[in-house]
Ligand binder design. Structure first.
Ligand code: FMN
Length: 218
């Protein structure tokens, strides 16, 4: 291993601030509303791609798997992402719908962790999401091979060209595997960094049909 890089890792600074305050007393009674408040705050503070989040799933053997996805929407029912149901994560979700989402916005020292269960939305809603994608993104999805082994990069280029031509002929083409998923949360934690390491943690947990709030030790 490169010693220089190892030293750089050890010397790297984190959570330098300055960070905003987080007044737990003023938080809403449900985590979805607080997400909206924090998301607006992230936008106001120029957080880069605040809608990027880590989705963790679990495979058949019980091993967790994580990757970054785009948050597509949020409402009272949950958080939404879209992907191919034929992908590795799609297969994992079919087997085990339990997931977690994690957002980290370093410039404001905020982390949001969401644990819940996914529900696959209707083909109609999935198609509407697909139609909002750019042409190349649509063409890539139409190949329907996400997460499969690519033996030769030329195969990808050829398949992409073919799908782009197909889309030019018929712009209404929709991938049959493209799926919108809803994460129905049962636990959501809001974590605010503090320069003096007195980090603030607030967790919402679903108890029946109401949310409870607790502060956690940092
Ligand atoms: C910023 C960013 C956004 C991404 N957004 C998506 C997305 O919305 N949907 C998607 O299927 N993959 C997205 N990806 C690619 C995934 O991270 C991942 O490589 C892909 O979905 C395959 O994952 P899987 O093999 O676990 O199924 C994104 C990657 C990055 C870095």
């Amino acid at each position: 291993m490169n010693e220089l890089i190892r030293d750089k890792i050890k010397q790297s600074k984190t959570l330098r601030g300055p960070f905003p305050s987080f007044d737990i007393e003023k938080t809403p009674n449900n985590p979805h509303c607080l997400f909206e408040e924090w998301f607006q705050f992230a936008i106001d503070n120029d957080v880069y791609e605040p809608h990027s989040m880590t989705l963790s799933t679990v495979d058949k053997q019980g091993y967790p798997d994580s990757r970054v996805l785009i948050l597509k929407d949020i409402d009272e029912e949950g958080w939404y992402f879209a992907t191919s149901s034929l992908s590795k994560k799609g297969e994992q979700l079919r087997h085990n719908p339990n997931v977690s989402l994690c957002f980290y916005w370093s410039i404001v020292g905020r982390q949001i962790r969401i644990r819940g269960t996914v529900k696959k939305m209707s083909q109609n809603l999935s198609s509407l999401d697909f139609m909002k994608r750019g042409t190349v993104a649509k063409a890539v999805a139409l190949i329907e091979k996400q997460s499969q082994v690519l033996e030769d990069p030329a195969e990808f280029e050829n398949a992409l060209t073919e799908k782009l031509i197909g889309l030019k002929d018929d712009p209404s083409l929709v991938s049959s595997s493209w799926s919108l998923y809803q994460v129905d949360a049962r636990e959501v934690e809001y974590w605010q960094a503090n320069e003096d390491r007195k980090h603030i943690r607030l967790v919402y947990r679903l108890d029946g049909d109401r949310w409870t709030k607790n502060i956690l030790w940092p």
